[in-house]
Ligand binder design. Structure first.
Ligand code: ADP
Ligand code: ASP
Ligand code: MG
Length: 815
């Protein structure tokens, strides 16, 4: 004997039922077959909804029933040869008349009992299984329909009845001994109480029907046919990269299903496990695919430590605290008895070893009865103050890692909490069963999708880790960055198992979001055509509310408003990468706050490109300090613009023109006065000083500016005009240096806690002398580099090198 069960989506419509009939026909050639059928997709909910509407006196149930009836008739018509149609249709009509009568009764009484709920809900399976049976019989297949209420006996715990296995096994055995059709079709989900009333086995219970029949008949196997190709490492609706599990142990399947893997109804496993009957999960829409085999896999066979990840929503935590429970035996017993007496199922329990508090997770629908039961059971202790009033935390979910083999591998929970922590997912409670087949964490419901994906990336290493990148500023540097990312996507996937999804981009006018990634080959036109109007607040809010994992925000602007948003992002564990210098060079307090938040919320904050564009200046400084070195002195040429200007100015072309050229070639800040005034260099040396541990503000830095005052007043155009007027001033500076055999360099230094910037004449033997084009150089004199400094030198401006520095920061932030 074999038992095949077909779920709701497999019998959603006539087209799918055709597929089911083919599978049955094929399979039944191998062995005698019992076929368990669920209701057409969604029908159980509709029937229960009709009951609820009727109980509220709402007539809408009539239309809903009518629509459901038509749907069944349509299916029957499509499947049955004309000669069989009228019988099938009149049967459907008759059952819908009965349904309507029940609903009328409910409407009159304004009351929907659980017994009536079960009667209503059971019609779905009755109808669908009869249609399938009629279809097979019409094909001249040796098949019969049998009402499973005559096979499975339960108690009267309606909606969630418990099977009386003695009676049930007896009935099933007898039936199959005395009836010899090749195929027997039965409705799933429904059963009957010992006084003959319709009951159901709990939502999703058709799987259980199959297992009960398989165990009673000692079947060779059970196959659960559904709409996915087996049990997967996570719910495929939540994790796009979920993979098929080829083999899984009964225990693991049970844990996964208990913790939310809806693909199999949890009680299903036990009857087949007891009998060692292999269970398969198969896909009706891909019948050749292997699917998943659930069997007695010994731990050694498992190649993966973690088998799967699942989640349960609608959880609340009840926290009972107080001195009254310390060292008192039987305390927890009273708590669990109070809950059990009200049939409240406890999903998870944790207790600190101090025994000062105990915490249980339950389904949120039970919250009122659970609270009342606990308040009543401990009313005395609460009244005299040795127990605090019950604390209830709402809107939670449980995410569980499941695997038989976890107990043999230390460090799994560390890895789990590390990954969650890096993504700012706050863990409210933890439980690990003593069998160590499962580690469960309670988290906010809003974080579930993110958490499952984060854990999936962490534990199924062949899947890709995905960075969700949000970029604001897609001008010169930003567009180069997008170009570089596009070019590297393939390499990163192949070599680093890393996917970058540009989930949002914005310029000053428009913004565009796409969780699956903006197409980088034509982002300009997409942003232009389908972007919304840019609104910085809206952009930040959207990043926060999307709550995507491994989120990185890249600020590729020079905008001061944007610099004020970093704190709110870091607090949501969104990493921040900035080439915008304003945040790090604003008040020391804000800089410090950002560093602090980055630590507290495990959100990287990188700004390597603030100094020396793509040169590894800040990273090197950090490495020196981390490894125990200390900074004695920094000397640097930090302005690509100024270096370009002084390298190209020799009095033959006006100074203003050389500055204009630097701006045209994209080396200057959007406002070139920031470079020429030395302001930009002040910011950079201040950032280096701060990174070295010095508490410095802009006003602490002396600036020996070479620019005539009048150039710096008024507009950018005025600035160029004024520079022209002062050409002799610039020429004098140049000639004085040139006559002495020196070069002009705008030098920044940090020495003994003091920072200064200014124009200097540099003699040929000096380390700063040989510096060409728009290069920057930084000399670090440290405890270890005493005589000869550590030198970092190279192009210190330009869109491509800045973009590559940003790119490296993004990769660092996302790893
Ligand atoms: P049926 O109607 O066939 O009984 P269900 O909807 O009850 O089907 O169960 C199948 C669904 O379970 C799949 O469509 C999938 O979305 C969901 N699911 C949740 N977790 C998992 C998982 N770990 N593996 C496979 N499917 C899962
Ligand atoms: N149709 C029932 C339900 O929706 C049983 C099942 O699908 O297995 O709960
Ligand atoms: Mg199901």
């Amino acid at each position: 004997m074999q038992v095949l069960k077909f779920g709701g989506s497999s019998v959603a419509n006539s087209e799918n039922i055709e597929k089911v009939a083919k599978v049955i026909e094929q399979k039944a050639k191998e062995d005698r077959t019992v076929v368990v059928i669920s209701a057409l997709a969604g029908i159980t909910d509709i029937l229960l909804d009709c009951g609820n509407l009727a109980s509220e006196g709402n007539d809408e149930y009539k239309d809903k029933l009518k629509a459901a009836e038509l749907r069944h008739i349509e299916v029957a018509k499509n499947l049955m040869p004309v000669v069989h149609q009228s019988r099938s249709i009149s049967n459907i009509k008759q059952q819908f008349n009965e349904l309507e009568d029940i609903c009328k009764g409910v409407a009159l009484l304004r009351e929907l009992s659980t017994a009536t709920k079960d009667r209503l809900a059971g019609f779905g399976e009755l109808l669908s299984s009869q249609i399938v049976a009629e279809r097979l019989i019409a094909l001249n297949i040796d098949a019969a329909w049998k009402d499973s209420r005559e096979l499975i006996t339960t108690d009267s715990n309606f909606t969630f009845a418990t099977v009386d296995f003695d009676t049930t096994n007896e009935e099933i055995k007898n039936y199959f001994l005395n009836n010899h059709q090749q195929i027997t079709i039965v409705p799933g989900f429904i059963a009957a109480s010992n006084n003959g009333k319709s009951t159901t086995l709990g939502r999703g219970g058709s799987d259980y029907t199959a297992a009960i029949i398989a165990a009673a008949t000692d079947a060779n196997k059970v196959e659960i046919w559904t709409d996915v190709t087996g049990m997967m490492t996570a719910d495929p609706r939540l994790v796009a990269a979920a993979k098929n599990i080829k083999r899984i142990s009964y225990q693991e399947a049970m844990e996964l299903s208990h913790f939310g893997a809806k693909v199999i109804y949890p009680p299903t496993i036990l009857p087949v496990m007891r009998k060692g009957i292999p269970a398969w999960i198969k896909n009706t829409f891909e019948p050749e695919a292997d699917g998943t085999l659930i069997e007695n896999v010994s731990s050694k066979d498992n190649e993966n430590i973690i088998r799967g990840i699942s989640s349960v929503n609608h959880v609340v935590l009840l926290n009972l605290e107080g001195t009254g429970m310390v060292g008192i035996p039987g305390f927890s017993k009273r708590l669990f008895e109070a809950l059990a007496s009200q049939k409240v199922n406890v999903i998870l329990i944790t207790q600190a070893s101090s025994e000062h508090s105990i915490c249980v997770g339950i389904e949120s629908k039970n919250i009122t009865i659970a609270k009342n039961a606990i308040d009543e059971a401990f009313s005395y202790e609460m009244a005299i103050g040795i127990l605090e009033p019950l604390i209830i935390e709402h809107d939670l979910s449980i995410v569980a890692l499941v695997g038989d083999n976890m107990k043999n591998h230390p460090g799994i929970s560390g890895k789990m909490f590390g990954a969650l922590g890096r993504n700012g997912i706050n863990v409210r409670a933890i439980a690990q069963g003593s069998s160590e087949k499962n580690i469960s964490t309670v988290i906010s419901r809003n974080d579930v999708t993110k958490a499952i994906n984060v854990l999936h990336e962490e534990f199924f290493e062949t899947t890709y880790k995905r960075i969700h990148l949000f970029i604001v500023g897609v001008g010169n540097v930003g567009s180069r960055l997008l170009g570089q990312i596009e070019q590297q996507l393939g390499y990163l996937e192949e070599h680093l198992q890393l996917q970058i999804r540009v989930a949002g981009i914005a310029n000053s006018k428009k913004m565009l979001f796409n969780d699956e990634g903006v197409n980088l080959s034509d982002w300009q036109s997409t942003l232009q055509a389908s972007g919304e109007t840019m609104d910085m607040n809206g952009f930040i809010k959207t990043i926060q509310s999307k709550n995507l994992r491994n989120a990185v925000f890249a600020d590729v602007t020079a905008n001061s408003d944007i610099a004020t948003t970093y704190d709110s992002l870091l607090q949501k564990s969104v990493a921040v990468v900035a080439c915008n210098k304003i945040a790090c060079s604003s008040s020391f307090d804000y800089y410090k706050k950002l560093k602090q938040l980055s630590k507290e919320f495990n959100a990287p904050f990188h700004f390597e490109t603030n100094v020396g564009a793509g040169l590894p200046v800040i990273g090197t400084l950090n490495d020196l300090l981390r490894s125990g070195d200390s900074i004695n002195k920094i000397e640097a040429v930090l302005s690509g613009t100024l270096n370009f200007v002084f390298n190209n100015y020799d009095g033959t072309k006006p100074f203003a023109e050389v500055v204009r050229q630097a701006q045209n070639e994209g080396y200057t800040e959007p406002d070139p006065r920031l470079d020429l005034s030395g302001m930009d260099v002040m910011r950079k040396i201040m950032i280096l000083a701060r990174e070295s541990g010095e508490k410095l503000e802009m006003e602490d830095i002396s600036n020996n500016s070479f620019m005539p005052e009048s150039c710096m007043q008024g507009s950018v155009e005025n600035f160029y005009e004024e520079m022209k007027k002062h050409e002799t001033h610039f020429k004098k500076l140049y000639e004085a240096a040139n006559n002495a055999g020196n070069k002009l360099k705008f030098v920044a230094s940090f020495n003994e806690g003091k920072a200064s910037v200014g124009l200097q004449q540099i003699p040929p033997q000096h380390d700063l002398y040989h510096l060409y084009g728009k290069d920057n150089v930084v000399l670090f004199y440290t405890s270890r580099y005493v005589q000869q400094p550590l030198v970092i030198k190279g192009a210190g401006a330009g869109a491509d090198v800045t973009a590559s520095g940003l790119f490296a920061d993004i990769l660092r932030a996302g790893r």
